[in-house]
Write a protein that binds this ligand. Sequence first.
Ligand code: ZN
Length: 226
Amino acid sequence: MIDLTHVIDPEKVERKFSIETIGAETVNRNVVRLEKQWYIMTNIAMVSHIGTHIEVPYHILPDGHDLASMPVDIFCGPAVLLDFSDIGRRIGISRERTIQAAKACGGVREGDIVFCNLGFGDFYGTKRYGESPYFTEEAITWLAESGMKMMGVDAGGVELPGSEQHVNHTTLFKHNIPLIENVANLGQINVPRFTASAFPYPIKGVESFPVRVMAFIPGTDERLGG
Ligand SMILES: [Zn+2]
C-alpha cells in the first residue's frame, strides 16, 4: 500500500483548521471524567478544502451530487498513473501531451481512476506549489470522455488560470467525476496500473472533504492476491 495523503498539521496548515481539545464529559453528559484523567474529544472548525481533499459536483453545480449522494463505487477501483513530471512550472498540458501520457501507461480505460503526476507533490506547503502545471480545456475534456471515473493530482487544482467559469471543474463535474486535490507521494508509484481508494465521509449538503487516498500496488502483498 502507498499512502497518497498529506498529513494535516493544524499548526502549519494555511487554510482555516482549528482544533479545540475538550473533555469527553462536555459532549457526553453521562461521562464522569476523573480528576487528571485524559479522556478527550475534539471540536474542529475547518474549511472543507484542506489537505488532500476530494471535490464532488455540488462544488460547482447546484444540482450535482454532494458527498452523501455520490455513488460509492466511484471512490475505488482500477487506477492508472499518467506522468507529467517533466512538464515544468505553469505550463498548460495539451490534449496531445495527455494522449501521449495515457498511451505510455497502456491507455485510460472505462472506469479508471486517473492520477496525474505533475511532479509537484514534494513542494506541498511551499511557495513553488502554486506554480504547478495545469490542464487545457481540451485535455480535461479528452480525459473526461475517455471514461475516467475519478481524477487525482499532486497540485492545488487542475483549473485553467484565470477561468472565472471554472471550465475544467465544470467539465469534470458535468461527467460526475470527483477531483482529488493535493495528492501525495505519486512519485513512489512505479507501476502504470494499480488499485486505488478515496472514500470521503458521506455528508449531506457538503461539496468537499479531506480524504485518505490509498494505492494498492499489485504483486507487493500476496494477501491482496496481486
Ligand atoms: Zn479544493
